[in-house]
Write a protein that binds this ligand. Structure first.
Ligand SMILES: [Fe+2]
Ligand SMILES: [Fe+2]
Length: 292
């Protein structure tokens, strides 16, 4: 109790600073926001999309690079946004635009979590790929977007990293006591990366179900009226951490929550098989990831 009383004012002060950095966190590039908004319209104007991209050659190069990448699985060469939309559909194209916009901020090293440059981005891509394969495996409704929350689930770490660094001794003490990192964040900073990531996405007007999937990716049992999005992000995150934990302060090995497995209609044996397949896929990153 003494510990709580002593640390409370300090935690409040840190939390205030963290919330300030959330509100000053750079927004999505304007062209990206415009594109994603246009792509949500029923009759998407391809000319408008090309016009926006023509004004942002850097974004166009990245979007086309991604559209031609093995991740998005297009066998032929895509030379234009129109061609990409015709082949991939508007939702996939919108996800590619988001990926192109987020790459810069999530590809950097993240202090505090000891993530060298590229690691958070790699983890995010593996998690979204795994989430999509899981969604297919459980025959989840195609309308449910698991790609976006899986890609962005840990983006709160980009904001929280420097605060973790400042309080690292206290945080490590909690972690050494056997508590997961996300709880240590809460105890010492008064918030955690899942909450902070969800606040950034809410500020960017992302749909509520995506915001909630990011907020609860470490606490999926708290989800009400689930469309299984959060459960899939949670399990994909555990799968990618448990195979190659390149995130020493991120998520110590966590066993899958029995509640989540039950909601997804998955047995522990199936989970183990899936885990082996993700491990194999990560070693041969050129192959596609499918669970049968
Ligand atoms: Fe996380
Ligand atoms: Fe994660």
């Amino acid at each position: 109790m003494e510990f709580v009383e002593e640390t409370k004012p300090k935690t409040d002060k840190i939390l205030g600073k963290i919330l300030l950095s959330v509100s000053s966190f750079p927004s999505m590039p304007k062209a990206g926001v415009k594109l994603m908004t246009l792509l949500e319209e029923k009759d998407v104007s391809l000319d408008k999309i090309e016009k926006i991209l023509n004004r942002d050659p850097g974004l166009t190069v990245n979007v086309l690079k991604l559209a031609n990448s093995s991740y998005f699985g297009i066998p032929s060469k895509i030379g234009s946004a129109k061609h990409a939309i015709a082949l991939l559909g508007t939702r996939r194209f919108s996800q590619i635009v988001l990926t192109a916009c987020m790459n810069k901020s999530m590809d950097q090293a993240v202090e505090g979590y000891e993530l060298p440059s590229g690691d958070l981005w790699h983890h995010s891509i593996v998690t979204s790929k795994t989430a999509e394969a899981l969604a297919k495996f459980i025959k989840l409704d195609d309308a449910v977007d698991v790609f976006t929350p899986a890609l962005l689930h840990d983006m709160g770490k980009v904001v929280l990293g420097s605060f973790i660094s400042e309080e690292i001794q206290a945080i490590e003490e909690v972690v050494r006591g056997g508590l997961p990192m996300v709880l240590a964040e809460n105890m010492i900073l008064g918030t955690d990366h899942a909450e902070i990531g969800s606040q950034i996405l809410a500020n960017w007007f992302f749909p509520a179900d995506i915001v909630n999937a990011v907020r609860l990716h470490h606490n999926p049992e708290r989800v009400k009226n689930s469309n299984l999005q959060t459960e899939i992000v949670h399990l994909s995150d555990i799968l990618s951490h448990s195979i190659k934990d390149n995130d020493p302060r991120g998520a110590q090995f966590q066993a899958p929550s029995p509640i989540v497995l039950k909601r997804l209609g998955m047995s522990l044996e199936q989970y183990e098989l899936i885990r082996d397949k993700v491990a194999l896929w990560m070693n041969e990153s050129s192959s596609s990831l499918q669970f049968e």
